[in-house]
Design a protein around this ligand. Sequence first.
Ligand code: FES
Length: 222
Amino acid sequence: MAAIEWHRVAARDELGEGDVKTVLAGRALVVLTFHEGRYGALDNRCPHENAPLGEGFIENGWLVCPLHRYEFDPHDGHPSPTFDEGPPAWPVELRDDGVYVGVENLAAAYGEARAAFLAATDAAVALIDATAGAREVLIDWRRAAVTGTEVEPPAGLPRAVAAADLPDALAIARALRAWHDAHDAMRLAYNRIPREEKPSVARPPEKYPSPPPASGPMLTFG
Ligand code: FES
């Protein structure tokens, strides 16, 4: 996991077997549990409807949500068969001076995702620029996409470009996919940061056009 920050959240023997407690790890609310002689730490929000899991309890080996009683493994967060999603689990360390929980530094995770996006963009742009005719093909294709006509491009625009028409078409298609995925990952990382803490985002330099959508004519290369 990217960018973990450790926080002391309890004394070593603060919880007894079966105890559940809400603690603050930095700015993150965490439900701390002690079950079968081990501490566990999960995001405090129930993935069902955001009830505070720290007000739940352990029963039959499961951490039970206080609102609709969905059950989660207190150590790794995986749900019982009654539900298909669990809360994120954070790493726990028992140190000499207490219990420490590692939570993700969301701003740092976003910084890493943005750096990965710029690297993926550079790689795709370099490949396109090194391929004669590629930029023109892409510009035409983007024009079709931007006007919302991917399904039926304007007359004269190809829906797909055969590999024979463009050297390195497959490599370019892969680079575009990586670029698109990196863009999605960056957007998700940004959205996870609380509104009041969101960094202001400088627009990428002009040489970085928007990545193409995940599906579309470019990905039919081959
Ligand atoms: S909010 Fe937790 S089970 Fe519904």
